[in-house]
Design a protein around this ligand. Sequence first.
Ligand code: CO
Length: 460
Amino acid sequence: MAKVMFTETVLRDANQSLIATRMPFSKFEPTLKDLDDAGYYSLECWGGATFDSCLRYLDEDPWERLRKIKAACKKTKLQMLLRGQNLLGYKHYPDDVVRTFVDRSIDNGIDVIRIFDALNDLRNLEVSVKETLKRGGVAQVAISYTTSPVHNIEAYVRQIKEIENMGATALCIKDMAGVMSPKEAYDLVKGIKENSKLQLHVHTHCTTGLAFMTYLKSVEAGADVIDAAISCFSGGTSQPATETLVYALKQFGYEVNIDMAILKKINDFYKPIRAGFLKDGTLNPLVMATDADALNYQIPGGMLSNLVSQLTAANKLDKLGEVLEETPRVRKDMGYPPLVTPLSQMVGVQAANNVLSGERYKTVSKEITAYLRGEYGHPPGPIDPDFQKKVLGDENPNTGRYAETLAPGMDQGKKDAGPHARNVDDVLSYIVFPQIAEKFFEAREKREENKVKYKIEKAG
Ligand code: CO
């Protein structure tokens, strides 16, 4: 039987999906040795929201967190999530910033970089993939999973071929919303495996309740690695449980080199931590439930709850039905972008505005205007010409790679960050999250001053 490997997400996606990435390093530190010994293919532990949350809420230097994880985990690959040319945010950064960010991630301990673009515009991945390969890292390119008239297996397989030509080391199907069905996963994984020798990872979420079935069918179709979370941080908006999957797959005879006794130890360790987050309200029981609405409406659960709160705020919740009908029309006009952040918000807000104002595209956000200008990349399908004309007039959209239009950013970033930034890692923190990084730097200085004062007082 084939071999199935696991990526453990408790330090990144599970943490992000269930408790908004609020677990500080000090809480998970004692478990790092076991995580390293369990037999995972990789530990997803950095990137995504971890960086922002470290600086903004946890008063932790994200780079230092990474170095400390690396010091404790010497056997297992450390994995991060990178939004291609957008790094960890939503705007495009200049190429020199992207290259330096990748370099420093690898220097500080990352082995595998999962790189994706919300629009699956591969030009937005080129620079980070190339730099990862140059530095000896694993460049795992992820396609953002979605369904639409322009997204089908043939189109995905064509894209896989292009990803191979970029030199990528591995592939991932990334279903951020948990909407990929077992059948869709089976057909897609099979289609990809028939056309590519690259190691294939599958990533999904339990949100709609499909995930366990989706993984089983993915494995049957030849997926090599699946993403899962230790059971007490699994389920709901997080990944399926690692132990459960290992148990089921082993029974089928798959080769799974994971130590169940260590998994139990890890889970026992996290149980009281989970209880603490539940008690203080960081973990909302709602995110642990199954919500199949996303399947009925064909839009991700997070997007649905945003629409509900937008309409509630406008006292127009009775218009929800109309907005849900308008949403796919707006998406079609925009060339069927995958409904992932930030596009899900952009499409949802526009659909609501179209309904509430009584006229389609009476107002259009600056983000959607930028999208039509080509600043996010190629839309997957054609943009409705009337819509484009209404917003852009006679202006022609930029069809080149948007980052080409940006001036280099490292020197400017260093100047802007000022004397608080002590090294290139600080400069990168500043470039990606300027205000938050500045606050973090100031707090760090205060903390150090207080420490010195305390030492002097003690000595005196
Ligand atoms: Co995810």
